[in-house]
Ligand binder design. Structure first.
Ligand code: HEC
Length: 199
C-alpha cells in the first residue's frame, strides 16, 4: 500500500487545507488595506510603464510571432471529453463484446491519457493533479489488469465500478460533483467492431 492508495483520506483532508490557505491573507482588515495600497501603487507603475513603452513597440524587429496562432492548451474539460471519457466507455463495450485484447489495449491508452492530463495541468485548485490522479486510479487500474489477465467478467465488473468511483471522487473533490460517471447504458454509437481483429 503506497501513500496514495488511501484515496478517501487524501480527499477528505485536501479541501479544508485549501480553504484555510485561501482565507488566511484576507482575514485581517489592516492587511487588506495595506494590500490595496500596494495594489494601487502597482497599477500606477504598470500604467506608466505601458505608456512609455507603447511608441517603442512599433520600432521592434519584424518577428513572425504576431502571425503565429496562439498555442492551444486543451482544458481539463476538453481532455475529459476527448481522451478520458471515450476510453472509459470503450473499455466497457469491448469487455461486453468479449474482446479482451482490445480491453487491455484501451486500458493502456486510458492510463496514458491520464498521464498527459497531469502533465498538461500540473495543478488544479491548488491541488497537484498528477498526485490526485495516481491516488484515485492506482487501485482500480491494478484490479482491472488482474481481471483482464484472468479473463474474469465478474472481477472486471467490480474493478470497472471502482474506476468509475475514482472518476467521481475526483469530480467531487474538485467541485464538479455534478459530473457522475457509471457503466455505459444503451446501445453503443460506435463504428468500432470488437472481436473481429485478424479475421
Ligand atoms: C484527477 C481528477 C479527475 C479524475 C480522476 C477524473 N476527472 Fe473527469 N473531470 C475532472 C475535472 C476537474 C472536471 C471539470 C473540468 C471543468 O469543467 O473545468 C472533469 C470533468 C469531466 C467531464 C465533463 C466534461 C464536460 O465538459 O462535460 C467528464 C465527462 C469526465 N470528467 C469524465 C471522467 C471520467 C470518465 C473519468 C474516469 C475514467 C474521470 N473524468 C476522471 C477531473 C477528473
Amino acid at each position: 500500500m503506497g501513500p496514495y492508495s488511501t484515496g478517501p483520506t487524501y480527499f477528505s483532508s485536501a479541501p479544508f487545507g485549501i480553504a484555510t490557505m485561501n482565507l488566511g491573507p484576507f482575514s485581517a482588515v489592516s492587511k487588506s488595506s495595506l494590500a490595496f495600497g500596494v495594489l494601487s501603487a502597482s497599477i500606477v507603475i504598470l500604467l506608466t510603464t505601458a505608456f512609455v513603452r507603447v511608441p517603442g513597440a512599433h520600432a521592434g524587429p519584424p518577428g513572425a510571432s504576431s502571425t503565429q496562432p496562439p498555442t492551444y492548451l486543451p482544458s481539463i474539460s476538453d481532455m475529459m471529453i476527448e481522451t478520458i471519457q471515450p476510453r472509459h466507455e470503450r473499455i466497457w463495450r469491448a469487455e461486453q463484446a468479449g474482446d479482451w485484447d482490445f480491453v487491455a489495449y484501451e486500458l493502456g491508452n486510458l492510463r496514458g491519457a491520464f498521464g498527459r492530463l497531469g502533465r498538461a495541468h500540473p495543478t488544479e485548485q491548488n491541488t497537484p493533479l498528477p498526485d490526485m490522479i495516481e491516488s484515485v486510479t492506482k487501485q482500480p487500474f491494478e484490479d482491472l489488469k488482474v481481471a483482464i489477465n484472468r479473463r474474469d467478467g465478474a472481477e472486471f465488473g467490480k474493478a470497472y465500478d471502482e474506476l468509475s468511483e475514482a472518476c467521481n471522487s475526483c469530480h467531487q473533490a474538485l467541485n464538479h460533483g455534478t459530473v457522475v460517471i457509471g457503466r455505459p447504458a444503451g446501445a453503443a454509437q460506435s463504428d468500432l467492431i470488437f472481436g473481429k481483429a485478424g479475421r
